[in-house]
Design a protein. Structure first.
Lengths: 140, 287
């Protein structure tokens, strides 16, 4: 009985706190992505080659923890199958955060554009997810 | 020829995140489905276990457990004072139960009594210290005998084995919540068994003494120590109903004026037997 009460408590905590943090994070991501879209210079023409300048590697990574509610629902989902909506949101957040960090890193180092973006994902067993975005940055 | 230009545009928000159902609705649907599966498996396996164990007769049970299992660990004899008293006490009950009663003493201060497969009843030192009348002890013996007659101890053992093996096979052996859920499901069944054993004990007490006065002594003791939280938890998910409820049921069967009850004179002898013993389980009355 005590185990059930503890589980119910952890589920409630995970749902309330996890959902609140998730919403807040998505709002922040929208603002940062909008800002980066305006700040990052764009290519004038497809295929135009850089005549001078430097290229270097830029990287951004993030580790986002999952919560008890997501783990619980995920475990049930894996029993029956179907789309794991809770995990979709977690991975989307991690991917976008890693991309933002990578682009912010590029901007801070004076890059005019980034090309050849790669995204790698690693799962921390039942605890969260790590996403790493890396790309080649150009500086004129 | 016009060259296409690269123009950055923001992603459409929410394209990568399904927002079809509210997470709580999703959880409710999944949990309901999962509970239905667990319920079906649970009741199927338990019914199979009960059906198989019901095929075992009392005689077969006595033979297998006493000759094959307990034979390797013979109990010491109880001191004469305790054995004589218990033998006198169980003389009338021996004629009423359909199996040979075997009583052992467990040197523990906990107030408890247990029915074991093979027709053995364990009485704790704590119980014998607290009980004042022979009628109260007779009710306790009758209750445990009721479990043996109804085969509750065997069914309980079968349920535990099935649940443990199933949980291990499904990979839930380490999931506290699921194992707790399984136990809670099983407890509704346990409470019914407890009430049936109480009814059996009351009938025995009534047959032996012609009344049920004194049968409520143990529950009067236990209910004094029971808090409101304990009672609520027992009603919700305890293996036993709250003592206060059982006390009221027994008291409803007590009619007329309370007679003078014979006192139980086992406290000192049991204390000495436990002091002299090197083992936690000692003494066997095997008439």
């Amino acid at each position: 009985m005590y185990d059930l009460l503890v589980t119910a408590g952890l589920l409630t905590l995970g749902f309330v706190v996890g959902r609140r943090r998730e919403k807040k994070h998505f709002v922040q991501l929208q603002q940062r992505e909008a800002a980066l879209l305006m700040k990052l210079p764009t290519r004038a023409h497809v295929g135009q080659k850089m005549q001078s300048g430097q290229t270097f590697l830029v990287m951004g990574s993030v580790v986002v923890a999952t919560d008890y509610f997501k783990n619980f629902v995920g475990a049930l989902k894996s029993f029956f199958g179907g789309r794991m909506q809770a995990q979709e949101a977690l991975l989307d957040r991690a991917r976008r955060e890693a991309m933002c960090r990578m682009r912010e890193n590029a901007l801070a180092r004076g890059a005019v554009e980034v090309v050849d973006v790669h995204i790698e994902t690693a799962f921390l067993d039942k605890k969260g997810v790590e996403v790493c975005a890396y790309a080649t940055a150009f500086q004129q | 020829m016009n060259e296409s230009r690269y123009v950055p545009k923001p992603d459409v928000e929410g394209i990568n995140v399904a927002d079809a159902d509210h997470p709580l609705k999703d959880l409710a649907i999944l949990l309901s489905g999962f509970l239905v599966v667990i319920f079906c498996c649970y009741w199927t396996l338990i019914s199979l276990s009960d059906w198989a164990l019901a095929k075992m007769t009392l005689q077969q049970e006595m033979y297998w457990f006493n000759k094959l299992l307990y034979n390797e660990t013979p109990a010491q004899s109880l001191p004469d004072a305790v054995a004589t008293e218990i033998n006198q006490l169980i003389e009338p009950i021996k004629l009423l139960v359909p199996f040979p009663l075997q009583i052992s003493l467990l040197c523990s201060d906990e107030i408890n009594a247990l029915a074991l497969p093979g027709g053995r009843i364990l009485l704790t030192k704590g119980l014998l210290d607290k009980l004042q009348s022979k009628n109260a002890l007779m009710f306790v013996l009758g209750h445990e005998a009721g479990h043996i007659v109804h085969r509750d101890h065997l069914r309980g053992m079968g349920r535990k084995i099935i649940l443990s093996v199933s949980a291990a096979l499904l990979g839930f052996a380490d999931a506290g919540a699921l194992s707790s859920l399984n136990q809670t499901l099983g407890r509704v069944y346990d409470r019914d068994q407890e009430m049936a054993a109480d009814a059996y004990a009351l009938q025995l007490t009534q047959t032996i003494y012609g009344h049920t006065w004194g049968a409520d002594e143990l529950f009067a003791l236990l209910s004094d120590e029971e808090s409101l939280v304990d009672r609520t938890l027992s009603r919700l998910a305890g293996t036993h109903p709250p003592s206060i409820d059982r006390l009221h049921r027994i008291q409803q069967s007590q009619l007329g004026k309370a007679p003078i009850l014979q006192s139980l004179q086992l406290k000192n002898a049991v204390g000495e037997a436990c002091l002299a013993s090197t083992r936690s389980v000692t003494g066997l009355v095997d008439p």
